[in-house]
Design a binder for this molecule. Structure first.
Ligand SMILES: [Mg+2]
Length: 217
C-alpha cells in the first residue's frame, strides 16, 4: 500500500538543486569520449537515458569513485533551497529528491548545508564498486530511464503532487504531477507538448508561489 500524504514535493537534483549540471558534468569529466558520443543522442532521444547513462557509468573504473564524490563537493546549490525546505517543514509537506544521478553525489551536496536531514527521501542510482568498473543498481528502472521518476511517485498516494525540474529527465514526472515548476530545457519540452507549468529561477520563486497558492486553497 502506498503511503498516503496530502501533498508531496518531488524535486530533481542535477541542474535543479545544483545550479550547474553536476551529474552530467561528472560523466563528461570521468568518461569524456563516451559522454561526447552518447549524450547528444540521449538529448535527441535516439537512445534511452537508461542505456546511455548505464553505458557511460559502467565505463568508469571503480577506483575513481572517491574522486567522483570529491567532484560533487563544491558544486553550487541553487539559492533559496534551505529556506524553501524550512517552509515545507512548517507546511508539513515532504520534500522528496528524485534523481537519475548517484545517491552519494546527492547526499554529498545536501550534507554541506545541513539539508540532508530535512529531506524526506532520496531516490537515485546506487553503485556497486566491488568490480573493476562501476556497476549500476537501481530499484526503479523502466524501459527508458535508470530511475523512472513516475515509478517513484507511485510509491506515494498523494492528493497534490508538485514536481520541480529542469530537463528532459523530468518530462514524465511533470506529466504525472498536479503542479509543475519548470526551468531551462524542461520549459521547451512543456511548451512543445502544450502542458501547463510555472516557470522558476530559484527556490524563492517556488516558495513565493506556493505560499500564495496554498494560502488561497
Ligand atoms: Mg536535472
Amino acid at each position: 500500500m502506498p503511503e498516503h500524504l496530502p501533498k508531496v514535493v518531488f524535486c530533481d537534483f542535477d541542474g535543479t538543486i545544483t545550479a550547474i549540471e553536476t551529474f552530467a558534468g561528472m560523466l563528461k569529466e570521468f568518461a569524456p569520449e563516451l559522454s561526447a558520443e552518447l549524450m547528444p543522442k540521449m538529448y535527441r532521444r535516439q537512445i534511452t537515458l537508461r542505456a546511455g547513462v548505464r553505458q557511460i557509468l559502467e565505463s568508469i573504473p571503480s577506483t575513481c569513485y572517491s574522486d567522483i564524490l570529491a567532484y560533487a563537493q563544491d558544486k553550487p546549490i541553487r539559492s533559496g533551497l534551505a529556506e524553501f525546505m524550512d517552509f515545507l517543514e512548517v507546511q508539513k509537506v515532504p520534500f522528496v529528491v528524485v534523481s537519475g544521478g548517484l545517491r552519494e553525489m546527492v547526499e554529498t551536496v545536501l550534507k554541506r548545508e545541513g539539508l540532508l536531514k530535512k529531506v524526506f527521501a532520496i531516490f537515485a542510482v546506487d553503485l556497486n564498486i566491488n568490480y573493476p568498473n562501476l556497476k549500476v543498481c537501481s530499484d526503479f528502472e523502466d524501459q527508458a530511464e535508470l530511475v523512472a521518476k513516475v515509478k517513484v511517485m507511485a510509491q506515494y498516494s498523494v492528493d497534490e503532487s508538485i514536481a520541480i525540474g529542469d530537463s528532459l529527465t523530468d518530462i514524465n514526472m511533470a506529466s504525472a504531477a498536479n503542479l509543475v515548476f519548470a526551468r531551462d530545457r524542461l520549459i521547451d519540452y512543456m511548451e512543445a507538448e502544450h502542458k501547463p507549468y510555472i516557470p522558476w529561477n530559484d527556490f524563492t520563486d517556488i516558495q513565493n508561489y506556493l505560499s500564495k497558492y496554498w494560502h488561497n486553497e
